[in-house]
Write a protein of this length. Structure first.
Length: 559
């Protein structure tokens, strides 16, 4: 080919490429302009919807977030989602003036229609977006539900199929299955066996999501045939059973409360073991602050109950030095009081090492309480230092310390000092169970037979098999009874003097060990199976749900 022809061919190709590039650039520019115009049109549509629905006025922050959404279709779906959320949460209008709130609540039906329209358009424009199908099914269901439309049951596929499609498109999302289950529970009375089976097949999955769990649990507890069936679908964790107890308390369903309480104690036991393993692993990894927070958080949730004393002490052993934080302090002090109450009476509580550890973690204890705890921790010198600095030894608050100190001195065979200590206790404690038990032990250890016989005669007058309501004394909202048994007993009958008509739940313990929880109603007589040995015992009654309960007469039984 001639050289001129070749040069002409190259120029033509270059011209063609330039024109192609120019046309491509023009096409891209036109597309960009068209896309921008479409975006502006979409943004205007979102703004129109915000104004039409009133969201801009009611929820300004939410409206601003929706405006910043770069995809107008998703912005419209967010408007629809917000309208559904307002339907499900009537408190969303609470911030408005009363008349305006009533008017807005009356327009819920219109908003649901708008939400359904938005969602239907989105499913046509972009059928792979799961939110559109989710909102379509939810809006349709809520409209029919508010109107009492029979199609909820007769035409279930009309609202269920969009939800199922959303679930298929986004299996990792919890909302579609949560709404399917919520709708099924609402329709439970009119569902046939197949429909109920479909709900139950999704229930466990839905309840694994915490937000869905708290929303659906009350309805599920209402429609479930019995407690066994209801509990079978619930996640077995302490939070579950605390929430069941809360719901039971609100409805005064005390049988449900007791059933959940049993499961709560078991779940807490497993949780403590798991937290101990986790805290030890954190310590090995050098995460002292994380281990401390974990230990104190577990302690704060742990009932002050002899059943958990071993786990509590193991948690204390793992707690690294450092500030306890506000949450842990009330529980720590309750545990200390639980143990020192038993120590004063010669009963086993926490170990001295555990009490000593508690003293390093609790600030602001009154001198009398701290001195008693120091004695229980085995540091008599520290306790006596507090005693010498105090000018209130003769006051009632120091009496437990004086009695506990006498017990310790008797074991050390310092009998003269022990007698001085027990006699220094405030006169209001003279002749009480703790006082007589300490004197009896002291006289026996000292070999003072005449004194021991005199004390035994006082105990014989105090000992009984029946105690009146006036024998109880109160502290921090809990009732206590010190009793001497004349003979071994197999059970105790407790009469309830005062309780709400609807009833309450009380927890009873003997010598720091829980007997369990019981329903207390006015005048009820509760039979508690517990083995009492002859001798001195501490009984405690605490109200844990419902209104305050006042225990009455106590009768030991042989059955």
């Amino acid at each position: 080919m001639p050289e001129g022809a070749r040069r002409g061919g190259r120029r033509w190709r270059e011209v063609t490429v330039r024109w192609a590039l120019a046309l491509g650039a023009i096409a891209l520019a036109v597309a960009a302009v068209l896309n921008y115009r479409a975006y502006l049109a979409g943004a205007r549509e979102v703004e129109r919807l915000l104004a039409e629905a009133g969201l801009a006025a009611r929820q300004g922050d939410l409206a601003e977030r929706i405006r910043r959404e770069p995809d107008p279709l998703m912005g419209r779906l967010q408007v629809a989602r917000a309208l559904i959320a307002e339907t499900l949460d009537p408190s969303s209008f609470a911030s408005l003036p009363a008349r305006e709130a009533a008017l807005e609540a009356g327009r819920v039906g219109e908003r649901l229609e708008l939400a359904e329209t938005i969602a239907a358009e989105a499913t046509v424009a972009r059928p792979v977006v799961w939110q559109g199908w989710m909102i379509l099914g939810a809006a349709r269901y809520l409209q029919w539900s508010r109107a009492g439309d029979s199609r909820l049951a007769t035409d279930r596929d009309a609202w269920r199929e969009p939800l199922e499609r959303a679930r298929h498109l986004a299996p990792q999302e919890s909302e579609p299955v949560a709404f399917i289950v919520a709708a099924g529970l609402e329709l439970w009375p009119v569902l046939d066996e197949r429909g109920r089976a479909e709900v139950l097949s999704n229930l466990q999955e839905a309840l694994r999501d915490p937000e869905t769990f708290y929303r659906l649990l009350p309805t599920w507890l209402t429609v479930a045939p019995d407690e066994v069936a209801a509990f079978a679908f619930l996640p077995d964790r302490p939070e579950t059973w605390r929430e069941v107890r809360r719901i039971a308390t609100a409805s005064t369903n005390w049988e449900l409360f007791l059933a959940a309480d049993v499961r709560l104690l078991s779940a807490l036991g497993r949780e403590v073991e798991g937290r101990l393993v986790e805290a030890a692993a954190r310590l090995r990894g050098g995460d002292d602050s994380g281990a401390r927070a974990l230990v104190l958080g577990t302690i704060a949730e742990l009932p002050v109950n002899g059943r958990f004393a071993d786990g509590f002490q193991r948690l204390l052993e793992l707690a690294p030095p450092g500030p306890t934080g506000v949450a842990g302090v009330p529980s720590l002090r309750r545990w200390l009081q639980w143990s020192t109450d038993l120590f004063v009476r010669g009963k086993p509580g926490l170990t001295p090492a555990a009490v000593a550890r508690l003293l390093t973690m609790i600030a602001g204890l009154p001198d009398a309480e701290r001195a008693l705890a120091e004695v229980a921790a085995g540091d008599l010198a520290a306790a006596e230092l507090l005693e010498r600095r105090s000018e209130e030894l003769g006051l009632e608050g120091w009496a437990p310390y004086c009695i506990a100190k006498a017990r310790v001195l008797a074991r050390q065979r310092e009998f003269a000092a022990a007698w001085r200590s027990v006699r220094a206790a405030h006169r209001s404690w003279r002749g009480t169970g703790p006082d007589l038990a300490a004197r009896q032990a002291l006289a026996g250890a000292a070999g003072e037979e005449a004194v021991r016989l005199e004390i035994d005669s006082e105990i014989a007058r105090l000992a009984a098999a029946r105690w009146p309501a006036t024998a109880w004394y109160w502290r921090s909202g809990r009732a206590f009874l010190d009793l001497w048994c004349t003979a071994p007993a197999r059970g105790v009958d407790l009469t309830i003097d005062l309780a709400p008509v609807a009833g309450s739940i009380i927890q009873c313990s003997v010598d720091g060990r829980s007997l369990g929880s019981f329903v207390a109603r006015p005048g009820a007589r509760l039979a508690m199976p517990v083995g009492f040995e002859a001798g001195f015992h501490l009984v405690e009654v605490e109200t844990i749900a419902g209104g305050r309960v006042a225990p009455g007469e106590v009768l030991l039984t042989s059955r």
